[in-house]
Design a protein. Structure first.
Length: 103
């Protein structure tokens, strides 16, 4: 949600590029986790959706870096959100590696 709120301040020219991309990828992370949980009776499907979540989280980090480089977010905001993304990626990796706990 914070990414959504921050992206409201991006330039209008970014409306269909950076803004759309960062919102899409950041929203996709929890959506894929939700799908994984609903498919937990099928371990391979669970793992696949967690991997999708990891990919989207990593993509979000790229868009955050672009946002910083374009001066849409400051270094402090970037560092905080990037660190949070790293935490999310660590949790997702743990879910993938220990999928038996979830399936």
């Amino acid at each position: 949600m914070e990414i959504f709120e921050i992206s409201n301040g991006f330039q209008k020219v970014e409306a269909y590029s950076l803004t759309d991309q960062i919102r899409r990828s950041s929203r996709s992370v929890p959506a894929n986790v939700s799908e994984a949980y609903k498919r937990r009776i099928y371990p391979k499907m669970f793992i696949a959706k967690i991997v999708d979540s990891e990919s989207e989280a990593a993509e979000t980090q790229v868009w955050l870096a672009f946002s910083k480089d374009c001066k849409y977010i400051d270094n402090s905001t970037y560092s905080r959100l990037d660190n949070f993304s790293d935490e999310v990626l660590s949790m997702l990796a743990a879910m993938r590696q220990n999928f038996e706990k979830w399936t």
